[in-house]
Design a protein around this ligand. Structure first.
Ligand code: ATP
Ligand code: MG
Length: 350
């Protein structure tokens, strides 16, 4: 089969990670006889440099026409004062593509469980997905205003927005261990009351799914205390942003974690959960796993190529077990060497 992918390398470590992810993708293409056509487009700080706009029109068009989109990372100090920051470009891209559902799978591979800052016996076997609402809530609500002596943000959700993301989470749970943890702050927030009420309505359509409601403060504790008990955790935009970063700690490094963003119809976007990490950019030491696992997610979720995705994850677990670890995990393997070893493992069918 042939697949059309738009690649947005972006800034900082983005280009190094993208190079790594695309090499792995190529290797999968060779082994399983698929044709992946890549179209690279400017996005983020690099696009501001080139065109004065973090999200050029040609980039939007290329994304809309693709079967899937891969994104490296964007952002950097030097663009924070510009009127149109890379981050604003990303918010606009999510809006343009109507990416309302952000998925962050958190798994702790056995090969790295001992590297977690938490006890290995607590994190081993953790395998859950944080489903975060991405286009509503506090980040987009109007009015949003910064004045000299006060400021305002608006938290607003329609029932339709909540319904869409919660249903998505229930459908995902049906393909997994059939458990939903809905996270809100329904003891204080009106939007959370509507959220909880909507979850209660939707659950009647999914009688096989076990539902648990947690307040966000309790959830943030339990993520650390009993991570293996979560399956699908669904929550609104701001809570999801914070909880998914917290959950990322279980694996021992931000550099291990991929994400997927989905729309109702149209291409999905896959990217590492971390930022552009300017402190280590250009040093060939970044962990490319976040990008490589994003490629695996794309194969699985956009193209239904499960065997191919499994081949990547299995080969990665094997080489890490053999001691190929980047600096963030306490090793000294470079980005390019890690990628080379992984491609070799995939080629050998290991
Ligand atoms: P953003 O505001 O874009 O979320 P951030 O301030 O959260 O960015 P990141 O860019 O996500 O920062 O990186 C945080 C730190 O984690 C970096 O300083 C970097 O050292 C480390 N880091 C992030 N990604 C990786 C990676 N792939 N490999 C190794 N270290 C990483
Ligand atoms: Mg961050």
């Amino acid at each position: 089969m042939a697949y059309q992918i738009t690649a947005l390398s972006g800034d900082g470590i983005g280009p190094e990670l993208m190079a790594s992810g695309l090499q792995v993708l190529n290797q999968i293409g060779e082994r399983f006889e698929h044709r992946f056509t890549i179209q690279e487009k400017p996005f983020g700080g690099i696009a501001i440099e080139e065109q004065g706009n973090p999200l050029p029109a040609e980039t939007v068009t290329a994304c809309q026409q693709a079967d899937a989109i891969l994104l490296g990372a964007i952002g950097g100090e030097q663009w924070q004062n510009s009127e149109n920051t890379p981050e604003m470009g990303l918010l606009r891209l999510r809006k343009e593509l109507r990416l309302f559902a952000n998925l962050r799978p958190i798994t702790v591979p056995n090969s790295v469980a001992h590297l977690s800052p938490l006890k290995a016996e607590i994190v081993t076997g953790s395998d859950f997905v944080v489903v975060r609402e991405l286009t509503g809530g506090l980040y987009f609500g109007e009015p949003k205003e910064l004045r000299e002596f006060d400021a305002v943000d608006t938290l607003h959700y329609t029932k339709k927005e909540i319904d869409r993301i919660v249903r998505y989470a229930f459908e995902l749970a049906m393909t997994r261990r059939k458990k939903i943890t809905s996270v809100d702050k329904a003891n204080v927030l009106a939007t959370s009351k509507l959220w909880r009420q909507t979850v209660e309505e939707i659950r009647t359509d999914f009688p096989e799914v076990t539902v648990e409601h947690l307040y966000v403060d309790a959830a943030s504790m339990l993520l650390i205390q009993r991570p293996t008990e979560f399956d699908v955790l669904v929550t609104e935009n701001l809570f999801g942003d914070i909880l998914s970063d917290e959950a990322s700690v279980l694996t021992g490094s931000l550099g291990m974690l991929p994400s997927a963003s989905h729309s109702v119809s149209g291409p999905s976007l896959y990217e590492p959960i971390h930022g552009s990490a300017p402190d280590i950019a250009g040093k060939n030491c970044a962990n490319p796993m976040s990008m490589i696992l994003s490629v695996a997610l794309m194969l699985r979720q956009s193209f239904g190529l499960h065997e191919e995705a499994n081949a990547i994850e299995l080969a990665a677990d094997q080489i890490m077990r053999n001691g190929y670890l980047t600096a963030d995990l306490g090793g000294s393997t470079t980005t390019t060497d890690f990628t080379k070893q992984l491609c070799k493992k995939i080629r050998e069918g290991g």
